[in-house]
Design a protein around this ligand. Structure first.
Ligand code: SF4
Ligand code: SF4
Length: 120
């Protein structure tokens, strides 16, 4: 399992959150006309809940256009500790395309890479 940043050693959080809002939320079907997120995820959108893990995954996987390694890393490092996943590895939100992180993974990666190119 990849060791994720903790909030205390994650000073770029605001930059990443801003990039997610521009790259992902602006295209998301759960983003309302009122400017608020209406995700049905009872825990809140997984992109923001697991942002440090998502940043770490995109830094370490870096497999270009191939999505499979990112999906595999997501299942191992994020879904395993998400309360929405059952002990058997099932996730109703994922099955119903209702997880923002899973649904928009390519856009999430774009957002992460935009920030990472700026801060290196
Ligand atoms: S579900 Fe996630 S990606 Fe969609 S609007 Fe809400 S916070 Fe943004
Ligand atoms: S796919 Fe399911 S288990 Fe994985 S992060 Fe999304 S809501 Fe959590």
């Amino acid at each position: 399992m990849i060791r994720a940043y903790q909030n205390s050693d994650f000073p770029e959080r605001e930059l990443y959150e801003d990039a997610i809002k521009r790259h992902v939320c602006s295209h998301c079907i759960d983003f309302g006309m009122d400017g608020k997120c209406h995700s049905i995820d009872p825990q809140g959108c997984a992109i923001f809940r697991f942002l440090p893990d998502v940043v770490t995954i995109t830094k370490f996987v870096a497999s270009g256009l191939k999505m499979e390694p990112y999906i595999e890393a997501l299942r191992t490092n994020v879904c395993m500790k998400c309360k929405n996943q059952s002990s058997g590895g099932e996730c109703k939100l994922r099955d119903g395309f209702d997880c923002g992180l899973d649904r928009y993974l390519p856009l999430v990666i774009d957002a992460m890479e935009e920030v990472q190119e700026r801060i290196v």
